[in-house]
Design a protein around this ligand. Sequence first.
Ligand code: V4E
Length: 236
Amino acid sequence: MSVEVERKFVCDADIQKRLEGVGAVCIGHCEFQDRYYDSADFHLTLRNVWLRCRQGSWELKYPTVTELEDRGEASLCSRYVEMTNLPQIQLKVREIMSESVNEQEGKEGGCASNTHPVHGDRASTGATESSPADHAWLAELKLVCFANYITVRRSFGFKEEGVRVDLDQADFGYCVGEIEVIVPEGEDTQPALKKIRNTAQKLGLSGDQRVQGKMDVYLQTYCPEHYTKLLNAHIL
Ligand code: V4E
């Protein structure tokens, strides 16, 4: 497992020029669809746990212990564990879903009682693309797709090893940049935070306010009740 340390930033019209001006090189251009899953009462996301399927590959993200303990730079940088091994993801999700099952029983969900509205007319579970067996665990845990969007991403690399900048354009009309460094789980994240600070400085990113991610804007637009709950819980 690895930890993604990242800082989001507002993308302006000349960001690509500025990136090239500080020696960044375009290392790729891709498009991907993300489907995020949760229970009807948002058991996972209200615990800051994000389960998604990106182009058929599963990922689970949750904050590192340090992220939870030390919110010092949290408004600018975030540190999330990234799990990509499906059996491990299933184990972790089962564990989280089994926590306080009784406590959650009968509570109302943020968007709807048993399904979430999904942007556009795309499949709400994503189950159409794989065999039903692949999705049996989702059905068993009553997990449904609550967010579904496509991102067009341009990625830039620096000579300084390990720093990457992604410029994302989501299909619901939001653009955001991210400076990120991947750190093996358990390693100190301070050097990564420093690299991100240096890169931000070189790019002239002076803002000290937290920048909304794609999910913030998606939920604000398509699932405002749940968005408010996440804001109130200081998850977004
Ligand atoms: C972790 C998280 C969410 C899941 C989406 O994470 P994000 O890194 O924003 O998405 P994306 O598409 O850029 O994925 P990548 O390709 O980098 O893996 S949605 C909300 N969170 C929590 C969160 C937070 N509280 N603060 C910040 C700055 N980011 C994420």
